[in-house]
Design a protein around this ligand. Structure first.
Ligand code: BEZ
Ligand code: MG
Length: 578
């Protein structure tokens, strides 16, 4: 705080800082987190149901004629919710007031049903019964569907070879039509992707993404690397795909049957910014599900590269023609931008290498990523399909211009520390860029489902997830109720967090310090973990020691000594010595 002593804060600066902190605390508090594992065949409990219903009610549902409950409340109270000029403090107060009313309205609905909730909202916030009824009718249907669970029954019928009704695969908040669960999940018609809604939503995300990069780095990125996953694009009807199209500055073209079959450039006067070069690293699942979409993305790059536009407004054209001139290569070679695994292969294996501690230099992870993902898809100028041609040189060349990497997160349920796949892909590609450019790219993620669209840096996201989940007693106590498996989940979150150190150095030291304090150096907690699952407890300690050993965490020597001691005790316990 020496800086503050030299330049004392003005009252306004102090207030702005306190408000910014308060915003962050609210953000953590309002994040929907799973407070336990899903037990196959078991229905949601009352608290979980209330959280989900509130979340569902926070979005407009035009398909059932229901508007977002927070908006109805704000309108009823005559609040402006940030739409008119107001101080940050006023805006926060308004939001808090609205959130409290929405929370109570949902609680009232759960206690007394639709009529009572509508009447309460009319009295409290002057929301007309006509408007609120459609919201609560939807919530009532969801509540009923959450109370029954036919998963076990469906499984046993499926095992007997009986017919299982189909149901869409999506995030419950985005599409409550996934209920009831226990149906035969069907995917998507790739020709509908991206949907009009996904394309409209992507415009805002891309604008925020580019503005954020420009604010932090002084200009737009001349090239970006994007991760595209299959399941996420199913759930969001192609938001990731739409974001790639917006970065390139093209829009989808539909045929008479409303199938997306082509792209057309958005004129620069309309786009009002340069077209960004994009390298797309596509999962094996995406490749299998969205073959036509991969073709579309490749077509988009080639289309943009051939537009007669100034180099400073068309980075795709500038990069491709620059490469053709400098390296005397073909247009087809310089325009490769859509990469995935070899046909029939999946994953980057970066996660396995990190989890098994089998790498010595950063380059090893970068090389592995490129080796696994350097298979090019699309068509050449003669229209011949590339069908996964191995092209490590072209991929490295494309990555050598990248200044920012990005992935769209599709769901509240699965975030960057829940599974090892985010760091294997987004971390992996960022490491590969770092190797080619000798500089770490800016790394961004966005929450496509958050109420307010937000683009965050990876480090911010790791911090947010750590606070909302790993270090949140509500989350880890929920996990510990599951005993052996719960400890394994906690350990897995720490290992996935470590994955972000290994691939992107995106984990603050305090995170490891607090993980050690919470789970290992607290004697009561250590005893619980040890008794429930000594194997995962040992792995957690080993991971902390590895973080320290690899220089990702500067721990005090006595902490390291104590961790080593605990590691030995856990080893003895597992081997039956103690
Ligand atoms: C996918 O949906 O493409 C995906 C899912 C899990 C891990 C990696 C990719
Ligand atoms: Mg996901």
């Amino acid at each position: 705080m020496t800086e503050n002593q030299e330049h004392p804060l003005t009252d306004e600066e102090r207030d702005a800082r306190v408000l910014a902190l308060y915003e962050q605390v609210l953000e953590i508090e309002q994040r929907l987190i799973p407070t336990g594992l899903h037990v196959f065949g078991r229905a949601s409990d009352q608290d979980e149901c209330a959280d989900l219903l509130r979340m569902v009610a926070s979005f407009d549902r035009p398909e059932v004629g229901a508007r977002a409950l927070p908006r109805l409340v704000a309108e009823g109270l005559g609040l402006r919710l940030g739409t008119a000029p107001m101080s940050a403090e006023e805006s926060l107060r308004e939001r808090e007031r609205v959130d409290a009313i929405v929370r109570e309205a949902v609680a009232c609905f759960l206690r007394g049903g639709i009529d009572e909730a509508c009447a309460w909202l009319e009295t409290t916030a002057r929301v007309s019964v006509e408007q609120s009824r459609s919201v609560f009718v939807l919530l009532e249907k969801i509540r009923e569907q959450l109370q029954v669970n036919g998963e076990l029954d469906s499984l046993s019928r499926a095992l007997c070879g009986e017919y299982i009704e189909p149901g869409p695969g999506a995030d419950i908040v985005q599409n409550p039509g996934i209920l009831p669960t226990g149906r035969n999940t069907h995917a998507v018609n790739p020709y509908t992707v991206p949907s009009d809604l996904a394309f409209a939503r992507a415009e805002r995300v891309v604008k925020l993404l580019l503005e954020r990069h420009a604010a932090e780095h002084g200009r737009y990125p001349q090239a970006m690397a994007l991760v595209l996953w299959g399941l996420d694009n199913i759930k969001t009807q192609g938001e990731g795909v739409a974001q790639a199209l917006w970065l390139l500055g093209v829009r989808p073209v539909r045929d008479a049957m409303n199938r997306v079959i082509d792209v057309e450039p958005i004129p620069l006067e309309q786009l009002r910014r340069p077209r960004i070069d994009v390298v797309m690293t596509v999962s094996g699942i995406f490749r299998d599900l969205f073959a036509a979409t991969m073709g579309l993305l490749d077509k988009a790059v080639r289309c943009v590269a051939q537009l007669d536009e100034p180099a400073e407004l068309n980075f795709v054209r500038r990069n491709i023609s620059g490469q053709i001139d400098a390296e005397n290569c073909s247009f087809d070679e310089a325009a490769l931008r859509v990469f995935s695994n070899a046909p029939g292969n999946y994953g980057t294996n970066v996660n396995f290498m990190v989890m098994d501690s089998q790498w010595d230099k950063d380059d090893t992870l970068a090389e592995l990523f490129v080796t696994r993902k350097c298979f090019a898809y699309g068509r050449d100028r003669e229209g011949r399909a590339l069908e996964g041609r191995e092209a490590p040189g072209a991929m490295k060349r494309a990555l050598s211009r990248v200044e920012a990497t990005y992935q769209n997160l599709d769901s509240f349920e699965i975030g960057v520390t829940d599974v090892d796949h985010y760091f294997e892909y987004l971390g992996g590609v960022s490491k590969a860029v770092e190797k080619q450019t000798q500089a770490r790219p800016a790394i961004y993620v966005s929450d496509s489902l958050a109420r307010e669209t937000k683009v965050r840096t990876l480090s911010e996201t790791v911090r947010l997830e750590t606070r909302a989940k790993t270090l949140n007693p509500k989350w880890y106590e929920g996990m510990l109720k599951h005993g052996f498996r719960g400890v394994a989940e906690i350990e897995s979150h720490v290992a996935n967090t470590f994955g972000w150190s290994a691939t992107a150095d995106a984990v603050d030291g305090w995170i490891y310090t607090e993980v050690a304090n919470t789970f290992i150096l607290d004697e009561g907690m250590l005893a619980r973990l040890r008794d429930l699952n000594p194997h995962s407890a040992r792995s957690l300690v080993a991971r902390l020691l590895e973080a320290e050993g690899r220089g990702f965490w500067e721990a005090e020597q006595e902490v390291v000594d104590r961790l080593r001691e605990i590691f030995s005790l856990l080893e003895d316990r597992i081997e039956g010595v103690a």
